[in-house]
Design a binder for this molecule. Structure first.
Ligand code: PHE
Length: 344
């Protein structure tokens, strides 16, 4: 009996010494010291012995089990340490590898120009008013003094919807009516707002025209607003936008909703007025349409034109961005080509 016990100890110890990983260790535990392990069975075997042999056998069997359990615990610690070292080595960070550059987003060039506008006009007390992209025919045209069949409607090819009289705005000018009505409190309060937004025209897409583009309208209504206010304000804008030496000139023009109407030019900032490809050798760049708000339009906005007056202007951020960066084709703006966009 005792020889069998000693042989069991030897065999179990040898098997444990051969264990090299966690899996083998758990198998060893099951085979030898687990509930049905051979050593456990041997300990249990004491009850089958004659009474006088039990005490000595039981003592030795227990000693063996305890010894093997502590050997097991030690082996377990070693295996765990070995496995940890191996996994650390595997997940090691190779600090000599070249890094992967992070791609960084940026603001769209139109957004950047619009934000320049907001910043500059804010210094002159203009607040931002967001009008709507989907307009009704009345507000886009009729209330702006462009009655049905007026030839000026031809200037702007319109996107119509399937709903009668619901269109996509062709310019930001209908926002003039909405701002006057909403902020003017029935023609009793002066207003000073800029109205940025997307406009839509059903046009052939070319390097110079897109079916969608931004405009930024500005309007100022008060009791003593004159053309000098328009000129001074726009001249100040040009200095802040294009540099302290920027010069502007006003050319007479026609818009149904302003009277008188003017185009605003800024001296070409690329050639300093000498004449170059961008300004088509004229020395001037057109940056906005403008004028004194037509009395009919003031009335449609809720103001009495005998007491109130105002000026309005509309400029195109894409056009100004193109001039600033000598961009030759407006189609780049909505093509979503990162090679273009990431330059700004
Ligand atoms: N709405 C005009 C356009 O789209 C621009 C404009 C705005 C002209 C305000 C005068 C006053 O061309």
């Amino acid at each position: 009996m005792f020889e069998q016990l000693e042989a069991l100890l030897k065999e179990a110890s040898a098997a444990l010494a051969a264990v090299s990983d966690g899996e083998a260790l758990r198998a060893w535990e099951l085979a030898w010291i687990g509930k049905k392990g051979r050593v456990t069975e041997a300990v249990r075997g004491v009850s089958a012995l004659p009474k006088e042999e039990r005490a000595a056998y039981g003592k030795r069997a227990n000693e063996i089990k305890v010894a093997l359990e502590s050997a097991y615990a030690e082996a377990e610690t070693q295996v765990r340490e070995r496995e940890l070292t191996a996994s650390l080595a595997q997940g090691e960070i190779d600090i000599t590898l070249p890094g992967r550059p992070l791609t960084q987003g940026g603001l769209h060039p139109s957004t950047q120009t619009l934000r320049d506008f907001y910043r500059i006009w804010a210094t002159m007390g203009f607040q931002v008013y967001h009008s709507r992209d989907v307009e009704d025919d009345d507000t886009n045209f009729t209330l702006l003094n462009i009655p049905p069949h007026h030839p000026a409607r031809e200037m702007q090819d319109t996107f119509y919807t399937t709903k009668p009289n619901v269109i996509l705005r062709t310019h930001t000018s209908p926002g003039q009516i909405r701002a006057m009505r909403q902020l003017g409190e029935n023609g009793t309060r002066p207003i000073r707002v800029i109205l940025p937004g997307m406009c839509y025209r059903f046009e052939q897409i070319t390097a110079r025209s897109e079916v969608q583009f931004h405009q930024m309208e500005g309007i100022c209504v008060g009791r003593n607003i004159h053309m000098t206010d328009l000129k001074g304000t726009v001249a100040e804008f040009a200095r802040m936008m294009f540099g302290a030496n920027a010069k502007v000139r006003f050319r007479s023009s026609y818009f149904p909703f302003t009277e008188p109407s003017m185009e605003i030019d800024v001296e070409c900032f690329l050639c300093g007025g000498e004449g170059c490809r961008i300004c088509k050798y004229s020395g001037w760049l057109e940056i906005a349409g403008s004028g004194m708000i037509h009395p009919t339009v003031l009335e449609n906005g809720g103001y009495d034109p005998n007491e109130w007056s105002g000026f309005a202007f509309g400029m195109g951020p894409e056009r100004i961005t193109m001039l600033k960066h000598a961009i030759s084709d407006i189609r780049y703006f909505w093509a979503n080509d990162l090679r273009f966009l990431s330059q700004f």
